[in-house]
Design a protein around this ligand. Structure first.
Ligand code: SF4
Length: 62
């Protein structure tokens, strides 16, 4: 899968990191950092959890 993020919308909640720390991290200001833009299928469910958990619709996956 391919993951993209819209960092300008990030509210620094950290929910994505809790759901999928393999793919998402936060910088020193709490803004999301994309660690892996093409995670394997074994991470698809966790990425979907991160998308659902994000309060600001920052994350997209296809
Ligand atoms: S869950 Fe959404 S708003 Fe919160 S840190 Fe992650 S991308 Fe940003």
């Amino acid at each position: 899968m391919k993951v993209t993020i819209h960092t300008e919308r990030c509210m620094a909640s950290g929910a994505c990191v809790q759901a999928c720390p393999e793919v998402f991290a936060q910088d020193e200001n709490g803004i999301v950092v994309l660690l892996d833009p093409e995670p394997g299928s074994e991470l698809a469910e966790a990425v979907e959890d991160a998308i659902d958990a994000c309060p600001a619709e920052v994350i997209e996956a296809s």
